[in-house]
Ligand binder design. Structure first.
Ligand code: FES
Length: 107
């Protein structure tokens, strides 16, 4: 289990416990965290689960594959170096303490 923090654009934070094999996206949806739409249900097609990984993050995240890389060019808010699709981030104990920033809009 990992505590994942979702920081909203207005500065408020929501902290939830997420268990494997859920993803950072699924953790938000299961806990009614606003700001992640996930229209495709986690198949890396819609880009509406876009998050920005906190710049201070040192936790081990999986490498981005070419599909995620392509989808991130079509997100509603600008892609940044820290951009990831939260549906492509599987949660494990190793991600305990992860902080992600939610974009202003997803679609
Ligand atoms: S939920 Fe659609 S790309 Fe992640």
């Amino acid at each position: 289990m990992a505590k994942i923090t979702y920081k909203h654009p207005n500065g408020t934070v929501t902290v939830v416990d997420v268990t494997a094999p859920n993803t950072v996206m699924r953790g938000a949806k299961l806990n009614d965290v606003d700001g992640i739409e996930a229209q495709c249900g986690g198949s890396a097609q819609c880009g509406t689960c876009h998050v920005y990984i906190d710049e201070a993050n040192t936790l081990p995240l999986p490498e981005m594959d070419s599909v995620e890389d392509d989808v991130l060019y079509g997100t509603a808010c600008p892609r940044q170096d820290s951009s990831r699709l939260s549906c492509q981030l599987p949660v494990s104990d190793a991600l305990d303490g992860l902080l992600v920033h939610l974009p202003e809009a997803q679609s």
